[in-house]
Design a protein around this ligand. Sequence first.
Ligand code: SIN
Length: 181
Amino acid sequence: MSDTWVFGYGSLVWRPAFAHSTARPARLEGWGRRFWQGSTDHRGVPGDPGRVVTLVEEPGASCRGTAYRVPAAQAARILSDLDRRERGGYRRRRVEIGFDDGSSVGALVYVASPDNPNYLGPAPLEEIASQIARSRGPSGRNSEYLLELAAGLRAIGARDEHVFALETLLRAGPSAAPEPV
Ligand code: SIN
């Protein structure tokens, strides 16, 4: 068996927490990153979910993330650990990712599609930001997830308007959110 590439675009960018021989910035064409997945096991709880990222198909979009090369000998165990970590609605997909030098490789990516029970879908950015500001779960505050992701994306030279706009709203605090009527 050959080595396996795993493409991370969310928590896997800033906290892979699995063994890998290489980590390289990479991009996935035709997909956009969105805080549209509910989290009841990491950044929220059942009945009061947090929001974490998933990928949505979007022609012309490009999602920058980090590709990790997993040695063949460890791949089965690492993928089973990742399946457990991402079990709140994500499924593995096989995709083609591109590197900055123009080369590409097949990789696995975890995508939470709209048919999973924790999927939340789109909402106004202010609502998403305030949900993130108040949520927390077994893995910690939802705001940590957003702030660490934004920092991790900056570190790999990613420009992601959706994530950075939410970061700005979060840092601005509750006054940025409209008053409830
Ligand atoms: C990923 O990071 O690639 C998957 C989603 C997440 O764990 O945040």
